[in-house]
Design a protein around this ligand. Structure first.
Ligand code: ARG
Length: 474
């Protein structure tokens, strides 16, 4: 490995021949050299870059643009580099700025000047767009699979905890009792939509910009469909200017990743609340909590807090790329080199967050009694009392008023609605009969809600069953 190839080498290397150096007589400022380089970030796309180059060289030979023996030596050289990348034998150099020129330099070192023919009918502009799309396509496919794991975890959890009643909240005030399984299946729905969004984005990711050249296309008789096919793209971009300027696919990815992180963050917020001393609905496992360096009693929900916190950086990455793109004239601008870091970071953050949730969720200890008890506090059956009166012919608005009075009465006596005697209740409304006590039990309140998608066990079971069917297919 020569000096130039040492990773992070920041010493000025004046003998270094820049790939674009022909029209320059002066040296690049050393700080500029470092500022300009993207290799520390884009070396992650090494495999995609080499793959793209192999496809390009193969096509060039098929079209007679390169001689077959030239293409063969290029492809073999690239395969050698690929092997060395996979076995981590390569040290990248900031002197060659980015992954594209690093690979070309390595190729030149290995096969000599014929390596210079690889860049025929190609630009780094269509090259980087191709690499990035290839990389993101794979990352998206992996995330879809991870999301399916998470969804499975939620369905299993819902199945295992069927029957546990908890308070449902609005405004973080007890609203109506619901099944814990119902609550968790709500997250299943969110993660399902996340998966669908990523899935949908694949059809826009599977479009090849390769062959757009610097911006205007090329005069060489290339075959864009052929390289697209070799790289697993479904079609080619229709407009060469758009092909090299478009980063919608990255913005779209970051939007969807942000939405998914927001879902995880809301879940984590709930788990933090539920595991607090005040709620005590659940106990988080030791494996996903940490202690305090000063307070010996503490068991902190760090994982949940960090997932919630890291949601900020993923959303930040979206904002950051939106801001990078918003004022750019067509076509390529160097600003766009800023597109990858946030995407790589978002992929990593979402991946690890999803993995953490799917390992943590099954190990959560649920305190069913605490949940059940909390579910009957806060007059959570008041709506059911109003419904009872409405079913007896009282207009719902009036029923609402009557129950409001009963709540005030119970509240002033410090009891629950079901603890008011029948005669006290009848003083407020003579429509109330003894059967009211059946209606007011939390179990009844839950089991009464049989409307489609409601919290009655029959409905939640239905949700679980159809989720299993969908996941079976996934
Ligand atoms: N490293 C560059 C990027 O990531 C590659 C494209 C460079 N193109 C150029 N015309 N300077 O955007």
């Amino acid at each position: 490995m020569d000096n130039r190839q040492r990773d992070g080498d920041t010493t000025a290397s004046h003998e270094h021949k820049r790939m674009w150096g022909g029209r320059f007589s002066g040296e690049t400022d050393d700080l500029v050299r470092r500022f300009n380089a993207s290799i520390d970030v884009d070396s992650r796309m090494a495999l995609e870059d080499i793959e793209g180059s192999i496809a390009h060289a193969t096509m060039l030979a098929e079209r007679g643009i390169l001689a077959q023996d030239e293409a063969t030596s290029i492809v073999e050289g690239l395969r050698g580099i690929l092997r060395d990348v996979l076995t981590e034998k390569i040290a990248w150099s900031i002197d060659d700025e980015d992954i594209h020129m690093n690979v070309e330099r390595l190729l030149t070192d290995r096969i000599g000047p014929v390596a210079g023919k690889l860049h025929t009918a190609r630009s780094r502009n269509d090259q980087v767009a191709t690499d990035f799309r290839l990389w993101l396509r794979r990352a998206t496919e992996d995330l879809i699979a991870l999301l399916a794991d998470v969804r499975r975890t939620f369905v299993d959890f819902a199945d295992q905890h069927l029957g546990i009643i908890m308070p449902g909240y609005t405004h973080l005030r007890v609203a109506q009792p619901v099944l814990l399984s119902h609550h968790m299946m709500a997250y299943y729905e969110m993660f399902t939509r996340d998966g669908e969004r990523f899935e949908d984005s694949l059809k826009r990711l599977r479009v090849s910009p390769l062959g757009a050249g610097a911006l205007a296309g090329t005069g060489f008789p290339i075959n864009r469909r052929r390289t697209a096919e070799m790289l697993g793209f479904e079609r080619v971009t229709r407009n060469s200017l758009d092909a090299v300027s478009d980063r919608d696919f990255a913005l779209e990815f970051l939007s969807y990743a942000s939405i998914a992180m927001v879902h995880l963050s809301r879940l984590c917020e709930e788990l933090i609340l539920w595991s607090s001393e005040e709620f005590s609905f659940i106990t988080l496992p030791d494996s996903h909590t940490t202690g305090s360096s000063i307070m010996p009693q503490k068991k902190n929900p760090d994982v949940c807090e960090l997932v919630r916190g890291k949601t900020g950086r993923v959303c930040g990455n979206l904002m950051s790329l939106l801001m990078v793109m918003k004022g750019l004239p067509l076509a390529y601008n160097k600003d766009m080199q800023e597109d990858k870091e946030g995407v790589f970071d978002a992929v990593h953050t979402l991946q690890i967050s999803l993995e953490l949730i799917s390992t943590m969720l099954p190990t959560i200890d649920v305190h069913a009694e605490r949940m059940r008890d909390a579910a009957s506090r806060g007059f959570s059956n008041a709506t059911d009392l109003a419904d009872y009166l409405a079913k007896r012919g009282l207009p719902f608005r009036q029923a609402h008023e009557v129950v409001g009075k009963l709540v005030m009465l119970a509240d002033s006596e410090g009891v629950r609605l079901e603890n008011l005697t029948l005669s006290r209740m009848q003083e407020v409304s003579d429509l109330i009969g003894y059967d009211i006590y059946d209606v007011l039990a939390a179990e009844r309140v839950v089991s009464a809600r049989t409307s489609y998608g409601g919290t009655a066990q029959s409905q939640v079971k239905h949700q679980i069953r159809s989720a299993r069917k969908v996941l079976g297919r996934a």
